[in-house]
Design a binder for this molecule. Structure first.
Ligand SMILES: [Zn+2]
Length: 302
């Protein structure tokens, strides 16, 4: 049985990778306002492969493809819509090359998000076209041989439900990734980019659709314990946490907020105590953060 499923079945901690986009940026790859890190597989394939390899070396048992912003409708606004298939196939291939070179049993998760064209929610295509675009990406990732679909930064009930539908149609296990932060007044949680959406709303809409895993990802570390409680009220299956550290200033990441790898691992121990079994990092985290998780959960005697 695959390592990732085996770990979860045995109620062990599964370590997943850290940030891909911000790690590419840290290694000098320019980010793009239309598709964020999506073009890196085209312009800097060797760096993408190197980032995946660095996470595997650090101990990640799952790596996530650099396909967060590569639906056809997003790539079209970046001027490379006709490269849709080539870009996504290459993204999966780079992850597979890193895995194969490592000789380790690492699962590959195909990332899909609700990123709107030019990062502007006013630019979503019509609902039918949006669903079609999400289906096209999900089917292509499945055809390329990813092990799971990792939905990332789902935050609402409409766009997110379309992504869930598209992912579930592949028949692959679907990891539902939801994002939150504290409400500005400190009372309760809201969706990460949607201060008017109570975090309970996407949970209530999406969890009943049938994911294999629910991940609290790209969320504020300070919001994670309460978020775990909210997911646990609605979900008894596998739960993961891979939060962000820092602040986004489109299309770049500001690292003026930082959490040292050892401190990150201390937080992760709390998440595991609260019931999380998948742990990793999102934007702002590095292979050093993942190495600290590996040491915390998988070192002999850990
Ligand atoms: Zn992130």
């Amino acid at each position: 049985m695959a390592t990732w499923q085996d770990r979860l079945d045995r109620d062990e901690v599964l370590v997943i990778d850290g940030a891909t986009g911000t790690e590419l940026e840290r290694r000098g790859v320019p980010m793009n306002l239309a598709s964020w890190s999506g073009l890196a597989v085209h312009t800097h394939p060797e760096v993408v492969r190197e980032v995946h390899a660095a996470y595997i070396d650090a101990g990640a048992e799952v790596i996530v493809t650099n396909t967060f912003g590569t639906t056809r409708f997003v790539l079209e606004t970046a001027g490379v819509g006709d490269e849709f298939e080539a870009i996504n196939r290459r993204a999966v291939r780079l992850a597979m090359e890193a895995r194969d070179a490592s000789g380790r049993d690492v699962a590959i998760a195909g990332s899909i998000s609700n990123l709107p064209p030019d990062m502007d929610p006013g630019n979503y295509p019509a609902p039918d076209e949006e669903l079609q675009g999400l289906r096209e990406l999900a089917a292509l990732l499945a055809d390329c041989g990813v092990d799971v679909i990792a939905l990332e930064m789902l935050q609402d009930t409409r766009h997110a439900a379309r992504a869930m539908d598209a992912a579930l149609e592949t028949g692959l296990p679907v990891w539902l990734g939801v994002s939150c932060r504290r409400r500005p007044d400190g009372q309760g949680l809201v969706s990460f980019d949607l201060p008017n959406v109570d975090f309970a709303k996407p949970l209530d809409a999406l969890i009943p659709m049938g994911p294999a895993v629910v991940n609290i990802m790209h969320s504020e570390i300070a919001a994670v314990p309460e978020a775990i409680g909210m997911v646990r009220d609605r979900w008894s299956g596998p739960l993961g946490v891979y939060p962000e550290i820092g602040e986004f200033e489109p299309p770049n990441w500001r690292k003026d907020v930082d959490v040292a790898p050892d401190d990150f691992a201390l937080h992760a121990r709390d998440w595991v105590r609260l019931g999380a079994r998948l742990v990793g990092g999102c934007c702002g985290t590095t292979p050093e953060h993942i190495a600290a998780l590996d040491a915390a959960f998988h070192a002999p005697g850990a």
